[in-house]
Write a protein that binds this ligand. Structure first.
Ligand code: FAD
Length: 319
C-alpha cells in the first residue's frame, strides 16, 4: 500500500479533466493506499470537493499569490515543499505544459525517477508511453525508490464521481523566494471554448481549407459537436490560423475520441500528433492522400461540400 500525491491543475478557473484522470492513475499506483491531491493558487481550493469525489482523501491547498500563474520557479518550490511534507511514494501530474515543465525539475531536485507522457499503466506498475513520435510504444518500470509520472490527457479514464466521498481540505503554507521570473500578463492567442489538448472531439484543417475564411465551416461543425478546432502546420504556415492550433511533431499531441481531418495530406509530422486518436475521419479530395492510411473512415470529396453536409446532419441529431 502506497501514498500517492496528485498535482491537480486548473485552467481559466476550471479543474482540468486530466487531473481527474491523474487521480484514477494514482489509485492504481496506491494499491489500496492513500491518494492525496494538491491545488496551487488563490481560490483553487474551490475544486477540492470534486477531487474528493474522485478519490482524493486529503487536498492540500497552497493559495500563495505567486502561484496564481504558472512560473517554473514558484511551482517547483511549492511542489518540492509539499513532497517533502507529504513524503509520497509516487507523484502523478498531467502531461500538460505545466506538468512537462515542473515534473523533471522537481524529480531532479529530489532524486525521484520520472516517466513522462504515460498513456497506460498496469499492475507492477508497468507504464506505457509512445516513442518515435507515436510509431511505437515502450513499456517501462521503475527499479527502485520514489517515482514521478506525467500522464497524457485522454488516455487513462477518470473514475465516475462518487459524491459520497469527501476530501479533508488542508491549507498548506509555502515559502516562495528568489523568483527569477514573474508573469506580468497573459495574452491568450486562441479563444476556443474547448481546450485542444483535452478535447474529446477535434475538427482539424489543413492547407486544403485555402484561407482563414476557409476555417469557418470547420468552426461551425465544431460548434455542433462541442469540438475544438486544430490545424496542420501547413495551415499555420500559410497564415490561415494561429500556431497555437498546430497539431503534430512540433505542435500539440492529441488523443481525442474523434479526430476529423479536413484538407490535411497526412504528413508523418502531422500523424505524430494525432495518429493515436481513437477514431480518425479524413476528408480529402485526393484518394491517394496518406491520411487515408491511418483513417478509420475516409471521405473522398471537397471539404467545402462535405463539412457543411456533416454539420447539417449532426444538427438534426444533436441540436
Ligand atoms: P498539404 O500537404 O499541402 O495537404 C493539403 C491537402 O489538402 C492535400 O492532401 C489536398 O489533396 C487536400 N485538399 C486541397 N483542397 C481540398 C479540398 N477542397 N477538399 C478536401 N481536400 C483538399 N506538420 C504538421 O501538421 N504538424 C507538425 O507538427 C509539423 N512539424 C514539422 C516538423 C518538421 C521538422 C518538418 C520538416 C515538417 C513539419 N510539419 C508539420 C510539416 C509537414 O511535413 C507537412 O508539410 C504539413 O503537415 C502539410 O500540411 P497540410 O497537410 O495541411 O498541407
Amino acid at each position: 500500500m502506497k501514498k500517492v500525491l496528485v498535482l491537480a491543475e486548473t485552467r481559466d478557473g476550471q479543474l482540468r479533466n486530466v487531473s481527474l484522470e491523474a487521480l484514477a492513475a494514482a489509485h492504481v499506483l496506491a494499491e489500496g493506499g492513500e491518494v492525496v491531491a494538491a491545488l496551487f493558487g488563490p481560490d483553487s481550493g474551490a475544486h477540492a470537493a470534486v477531487l474528493g469525489h474522485h478519490g482524493a482523501g486529503t487536498v492540500y491547498v497552497a493559495d500563495h499569490a505567486a502561484l496564481a500563474q504558472y512560473t517554473p520557479d514558484a511551482y517547483a518550490q511549492a511542489l518540492k515543499q509539499l513532497i517533502d511534507f507529504v513524503s509520497p511514494d509516487a507523484v502523478v501530474l498531467g502531461h500538460t505544459a505545466i506538468g512537462r515543465d515542473v515534473a523533471p525539475r522537481v524529480a531532479a531536485r529530489l532524486g525521484y525517477g520520472l516517466i513522462s507522457d504515460v498513456t497506460g499503466l498496469e499492475a507492477g506498475p508497468v507504464f506505457t508511453r509512445p516513442i518515435y513520435a507515436g510509431k511505437a510504444f515502450q513499456k517501462r518500470t521503475f527499479t527502485d525508490g520514489a517515482i514521478m509520472i506525467t500522464i497524457r490527457p485522454n488516455n487513462i479514464p477518470a473514475a465516475a464521481p462518487d459524491t459520497g466521498k469527501t476530501a479533508t481540505v488542508v491549507p498548506f503554507d509555502v515559502e516562495i523566494k528568489d523568483l527569477r521570473s514573474i508573469v506580468k500578463e497573459v495574452v491568450r492567442k486562441t479563444s476556443g471554448k474547448v481546450d485542444l489538448s483535452e478535447a474529446k472531439i477535434i475538427v482539424s484543417g489543413g492547407r486544403g481549407v485555402k484561407s482563414a475564411d476557409g476555417f469557418k465551416p470547420l468552426y461551425e461543425l465544431a460548434e455542433v459537436l462541442g469540438a475544438a478546432v486544430g490545424a496542420s502546420r501547413g495551415a499555420c504556415d500559410a497564415d490561415y490560423c494561429d500556431y497555437s492550433m498546430q497539431i503534430g511533431q512540433t505542435g500539440k499531441v492529441v488523443t481525442p475520441d474523434l479526430y476529423i481531418a479536413c484538407g490535411i495530406s497526412g504528413a508523418i509530422q502531422h500523424l505524430a500528433g494525432m495518429s493515436n486518436s481513437k477514431v480518425i475521419v479524413a476528408i480529402n479530395k485526393d484518394p491517394e492522400a496518406p491520411i487515408f492510411q491511418v483513417a478509420d473512415y475516409g471521405i473522398v470529396g471537397d471539404l467545402f461540400e462535405v463539412v457543411p453536409l456533416l454539420t447539417a446532419e449532426f444538427k438534426k441529431v444533436l441540436v
